[in-house]
Design a protein around this ligand. Structure first.
Ligand code: GBH
Length: 481
């Protein structure tokens, strides 16, 4: 034991270690071999992986699929890195059985996937393409045959190109409800969990406000607020449509990348400030969905740019949910202050650690606080982490393996903080890793890799990374390992 250790702990190293174990019953394996020290998750916790249709499927012109705005956008010069498109992607449309085998090898209980709207309704509304829905029945049956539960997202950004005006048009929300009703009716016998939409801000603000995502428009704030309103209206009408067309007990929710606020210090003041920030900064989306209204601070700030709301809209938007899906990647730090808002969101210093993306700030406490803030504010029936993961500079080395110890570091830390949330009794029921396999990372094309499986884009060969091994062990132990 070093002098430093003695000074810090005033005990022998052995005593310090014993203290760390105190109160932790060391679980035994069936054969009496002691398990390593574990941070256990509740029994029945659901472990899964997530993907989205346009990012993995390819086969964009197969079996009658209609074009989506992401086909148009990715084929427009200068919109994606290297001009990459989703034309082939991981070719999961054809290789779905291999993907299910990969899921099986991980031992996951569930798979979150999305449906391509324009495979089902090639023009977005009207004519149905039976081959589209048949494809998803096959994929889902393959999952069920391997005892993997499908969690279905109806909309993950690939809006049918045929819908005039896209999300600028209120009609798109109505078309979404019709699409949701049809899919729910077709798949409701096989699917226990539906999510309406994925990440409002990405297909509204980033798509119509700053032009980074399809359709790549830069509209003024008033129009963007109206688009946001159409998006959450689509969600609300979608919830009603799914409920009306599925058996009792079908769980309906959404997947939202709410801003997550972490208190600078875990004091009562800073914790209260994170709650205020959570409610305030998520006002156009999650707050509106959870409360069925636009809160005053949002309306005041928007002024004349506030969305035009029709009678009945807010009732639909506030439709009760069975679960809230949170896509959590990064934190923002908040402290209490004397302003009228009562909180301050701290600026991010240049030296803040990140994964292989400028926006991917590493702050594993976001898992705990993301769950806690949402529970403390709105007490939803359940929460799923519908996405969490990171991009790393992964490569297959000479030994044929991908040694992504950085992803394991990220995962172990994030899941440790998620475990804190479950151990304190917050109603988190499952976790979906983003992503099962490397895929089309939107405007970043294929340059950013998020998978537990590496994909070779010449051959479409999938190779499990070291993190896949780690995730398999986590699931086996149902504990952070
Ligand atoms: C999720 O978005 C998506 O649901 C998923 O499809 C995606 O593949 C995954 O995460 C990984 O990115 O370039 O600085 O303007 C996560 C939220 C919102 C994070 C858009 C990146 C762009 C930031 N994303 N954001 S920036």
């Amino acid at each position: 034991m070093s002098d430093m250790t003695r000074r810090l702990f005033g005990k022998t190293a052995a005593a310090t270690a014993a203290l760390a174990y105190a109160g932790t019953a060391v679980p035994k394996l069936a054969f009496g071999k002691p398990k390593p020290r574990l941070l256990p998750f509740p029994r029945g916790f659901i472990w899964g992986c997530a993907t989205a249709a346009y990012q993995i499927e390819g086969a964009t012109e197969v079996d009658g699929r209609g074009p989506s705005i992401w086909d148009t956008f990715s084929h427009t010069q200068g919109k994606t890195n290297h001009g990459d498109t989703g034309d082939i992607a991981d070719d999961s449309y054809h290789l779905y059985k291999e993907d299910v085998a990969s899921l099986k090898a991980l031992g996951v209980h569930a798979y979150r996937m999305s449906i391509s709207w324009s495979r089902i309704f090639p023009e977005g509304k009207g004519r149905v393409n039976p081959k589209g829905i048949d494809h998803y029945k096959r994929v889902i049956d393959e999952l069920l045959a391997h005892h993997i539960r499908p969690f279905i997202t109806l909309f993950h950004w690939d809006l049918p190109q045929g819908l005039a005006g896209g999300w600028q048009s209120r009609d798109t929300a109505l078309a979404f409800a019709d699409y949701a009703a049809f899919v729910a009716k077709q798949l409701g016998d096989r699917v226990g969990h539906f999510m309406t939409t994925n990440e409002f801000t990405c297909f509204t603000d980033l798509s119509y406000g700053n032009g980074q995502f399809a359709p790549g428009l830069k509209l003024p704030p008033g129009q963007v607020n109206q688009i946001r309103h159409h998006a959450i209206l689509a969600h609300g009408l979608g919830v009603q449509a799914i409920r009306a067309n599925t058996p009792q007990g079908t769980a309906v929710g959404l997947a939202e990348n709410a801003h997550v606020y972490v208190p600078v210090a875990e004091t009562a003041e800073d914790i209260a400030a994170t709650q205020r920030a959570t409610r305030d900064r998520n006002a156009p989306f999650l707050t509106a969905v959870m409360e069925g209204k636009y809160i005053d601070s949002y309306l005041q700030q928007a002024g004349a740019d506030a969305p035009k709301v029709q009678p009945g809209d807010m009732l639909a938007i506030g439709s009760p949910l069975d679960f809230v899906g949170l896509n959590i990647y990064t934190p923002d730090y908040v402290s209490a202050d004397q302003s009228t808002k009562g909180y301050r969101v701290e600026a991010v210093p240049k030296s803040y650690p990140r994964m292989d993306q400028p926006w991917l700030l590493v702050g594993p406490e976001c898992m705990y606080w993301g769950v806690r803030n949402v529970c403390d504010l709105w007490n939803p029936k359940g929460i799923y982490i519908t996405e969490n993961g990171c991009s790393c500079d992964d490569a297959v080395t000479d030994d044929g393996q991908v040694h992504d110890t950085d992803r394991i570091m990220y995962l172990r830390n994030h899941l440790t903080h998620l475990q804190r949330a479950t151990s304190e009794g917050y109603a988190v029921k499952g976790y979906f890793h983003w992503s099962l396999l490397d895929n089309f990372e939107w405007a970043d094309g294929y340059s950013k890799r998020f998978g537990l499986y590496h994909v070779d884009y010449q051959t479409r060969k999938r190779t499990p990374k070291l993190s896949a091994y780690w995730y398999r062990k986590l699931i086996e132990y149902n504990a952070v390992v």
